[in-house]
Design a protein around this ligand. Structure first.
Ligand SMILES: NC(=O)c1ccc[n+]([C@@H]2O[C@H](COP(=O)([O-])OP(=O)(O)OC[C@H]3O[C@@H](n4cnc5c(N)ncnc54)[C@H](OP(=O)(O)O)[C@@H]3O)[C@@H](O)[C@H]2O)c1
Length: 222
């Protein structure tokens, strides 16, 4: 079983760690304040979990999840992630992250920012549109009717296949939105962002997504 490294151990990071441990993976968790602050979570997770620095979690993970406030993405260690599949859960909330001009003008997307920061890694966008708590309640075995689906996006087909297998083990179908630049289709304020959807519904949501500037134009009636 691959080891999953986690950079960020908040709402999403801790839930992904629970899900991973439940499914037999080892996890290495990290945050900004230091491994000692993760002792209660590690104790809860048991022998498959340990805490480390972000660089050590990046080094230890076969697959590494970046799940921190987007504004901090440039602090993610680059060298230990070279060649690895990196899952990006991050979303853009200007009230938390400050204004990021190239996201405001929609010339790029959140996961493309991370990919640019990690040029030798294979970034796959995933887990960005499900509430943290639902990660451990909504998974169902493969083949279950109306199974919940989650979107992925990425530029590397092999990395996407690996993340699809991971999602399947975690209890979710996958809908591939295409390359990272299509990740906007599942950003905040799009139809698929948040609600429980099966694969067919999620594909319809991706097709119905509109850019922020188109939503605003519609709102003012032109
Ligand atoms: N909450 C959700 O339901 C949800 C759902 C989907 C996607 N997301 C997205 O996923 C990301 C994480 O969300 P969250 O709700 O899990 O956030 P959160 O609860 O605020 O947790 C953030 C985690 O990141 C750590 N962190 C902050 N800066 C860091 C750095 N520079 N290096 C390493 N670790 C750092 C924090 O550690 P310290 O506490 O030590 O600072 C904390 O463990 C966000 O982009 C969010 O928009 C959230």
């Amino acid at each position: 079983m691959p080891t999953i490294g986690l950079i960020g151990a908040g709402h999403i990071g801790s839930q992904l760690a629970r899900l991973a441990v439940e499914n037999g993976y080892d996890v290495v968790l990290s945050n900004s304040r230091g491994p000692e602050t993760l002792a209660p979570l590690v104790a809860e997770l048991g022998p498959r979990a340990r805490a480390a620095t972000p660089a050590e979690a990046a080094q230890a993970g076969d697959i590494v999840v970046v799940t921190i406030p987007l504004k901090d993405y440039a602090t993610v260690p680059v060298a230990p992630l070279a060649g690895k599949v990196v899952i990006d859960t991050n979303n853009y909330y200007p009230q938390r992250d400050g204004q990021i001009p190239e996201l405001d003008d929609e010339s790029t997307t959140t996961s493309e920012l991370l990919q640019r920061h990690l040029p030798n890694s294979k970034v796959v966008k995933a887990f960005n549109h499900i509430y943290a708590a639902q990660l451990t309640t909504d998974g169902k075995p493969a083949g279950t009717k109306n199974r919940r689906a989650l979107v992925i996006a990425g530029d590397d087909a092999g990395a996407k296949a690996e993340v699809t297998r991971l999602l399947d083990r975690f209890g979710f179908d996958t809908v591939d939105a295409g390359p990272l630049k299509e990740g906007w289709r599942i950003q905040r304020d799009t139809p698929g962002y948040g609600p429980r959807r099966n694969a067919e519904e999620l594909r319809a949501d991706l097709a119905a997504a509109r850019r922020y500037h188109d939503q605003q134009r519609k709102a003012v009636g032109n």
